[in-house]
Design a protein around this ligand. Sequence first.
Ligand SMILES: [Zn+2]
Ligand SMILES: [Zn+2]
Length: 507
Amino acid sequence: MGNKNKTNMYVDIISLHNEVTGSCIICTVRFPDKEKIRFLIDCGLFQEENYQLQNFSFPFDPKEIKFVLVTHNHIDHVGRLPKLYKDGFRGNIYASKITSMLMPLALYNTAEILSYSFQKNPNKYKKIIEDASVPVFLNNDVLYDSKNVEEMLSYVTGKEYNSTFKITDNISATLIPNAHLLGAASILVTISYENEDPIYLYFSGDYSPNNRLFDVEENNSIYNLPINIVQESTYGKTSKDTIEYTFRKYLLNSIKNKETCIIPVFSQGRAQEIPYELKQMQQEGLLDTSIPIFADGKLSYSYTNFYLNHSEFLKKEVKNFLPENFNFVKDNIEREKLLTDRSCKIILTTSGMGNYGPAQTYLPYYISRPKCSIIFCGYTTPDSLGGKLKQVKKNELFNLNGLIVKKAANVYSTNEFSGHAKKEELLNLLRKFNNIKSVIINHGNTDVKEYYAKRVVNEIAPKNVALLDNQNYIRIYAYGIAKTFKATDINIRYRIKLSENSLSFYF
Ligand SMILES: [Zn+2]
Ligand SMILES: [Zn+2]
C-alpha cells in the first residue's frame, strides 16, 4: 500500500431502527473513483405497534441496494427482506448456511400471518396512511405474500462460518460464529481499494458469548485488525450479577401445587431451550417424569424438528434435548382437551409475548384460573398480551379484549434465558480487539445506548464512540469516524400510534 491518501474512501452508516426492532443498517461506500455501493446489514420487521406503518415503505430505493448481509433468523432482523424484494431489490442475500436453512420457516410463517391479518381487516392501514404526512406506497395491499417470500429466497446464499467471500471487486465479508441464536453470525466487512488502507467494519449483530444448546468456534484472526465495531447494546445497562435464576423455583412451586403451568416461548431458541431445561430437571430428580409436558405451536414444531434433525450443530449432551413425557399438541381437539383438563401439567406455547399462535387461546383462558402459573421467559413489550398480563395485579378485574376477567393465575417472568450479552460480556468482547478505531453503539433503548457508550469511553477508550440512530450518518474512514451529520436523503418522519387492535405478531 504505497501512497496513502486517507480522504479517498469512506462509508456512511445509518440505521432504520432507533432502538431494538426493525433492525436494518444502511452502509453507503464511496470509493476513490466516486463509485458508490450501498448495502444493508439485516432487513427486519418493526414489531412495536407504534412503528407498524414504517414496515410499508423504505426511505431509499430498494433497487439501489447492491446486496444484504444477514446476521440471524429473528423476524426483526429478516422479516422485511420479502418486502425489499417486492419493492425492486434484486441483489444477493448472504447468511450463514444454517440461517439460510432456517429463514424459509420464519418468512413463510410471517407471510401467512400477514395474509391472515390482511383478510381479517383489509382497510386497517388505509385510513392511517391517508392521514400520514408523507407518501406511503401501500395500494391497500398485504405487506408481502408467500410468492414474494419464495422469489426472495432464491437470492439467498448460505455461507460457511469463518471463510471470507468476495461480494464485489472491493468488498468481502466473513461470518463469525455467534451464540445469540443457532445460525447467528457477527459479520466482518472488508472494503479495500488500490493504494488505500482497507476499512474494516465489524457488525456484532445480536450477540451472546455462549448458548445452552450449541458451542461457537472463536475466530482469533480478527482481533488485530484496525477495526470499526458496530455493537449491539440491548442489555448494556444490565449487570450479569442482577440476573435472577428463578425459573426452576416458579415451575417447581407450580407443580407442587398441582397446577397447570403455562410457559410462553419464542418459536426458535426458547422453544428448544426450555424443554432441555426441563429434561435436566428430570435428570436431577427435581421434576417427576409423570408430569406431562405439552408443546403447542406450528412454527415451534418446525424449528424443534429442525434442531432434532440437525443435531450435528448441537452440543453432544444436548443432541436429544426433549424431556420424557413430552408431547406435541397436534390439533384443536387436543388443545381443547388441555383447556378443560384440570390435572397438573406443563404447557409450552407460542408466541413468547402471547400475541400470536396458540398462546392467544391459552393465556386468556388460564389467566382467570387460580390453579395456574404463567411463566414468561423472554422479553414482552408493554402493549403485548404478555405485557398486559404482567402489569395487572393479582385478583384484580381487568379488560381483556372487551371481556372483564379476574387475574387469578400467578404470573411470573424471568430473564435468565436471554440470548443477549450483559454489559460485562459486551465490554469483554471489545477487550479482545487490540486496535479499535471506533465503536458505534447500536440496538438498544436510547438511555441504554448512552449509558453503555459512556462505559465504553471510560473502560475501553477507543478513539471514537458514536451512537447509531435513524437520523444521522456516521462517516467512517479506515482510521475511524470522521464526522456525523444529519441525514437528508434517508428520513424517518412518520410515526403514528395505531388503534388498540392493530396488527401485531411476536415470536
Ligand atoms: Zn435476535
Ligand atoms: Zn435484535
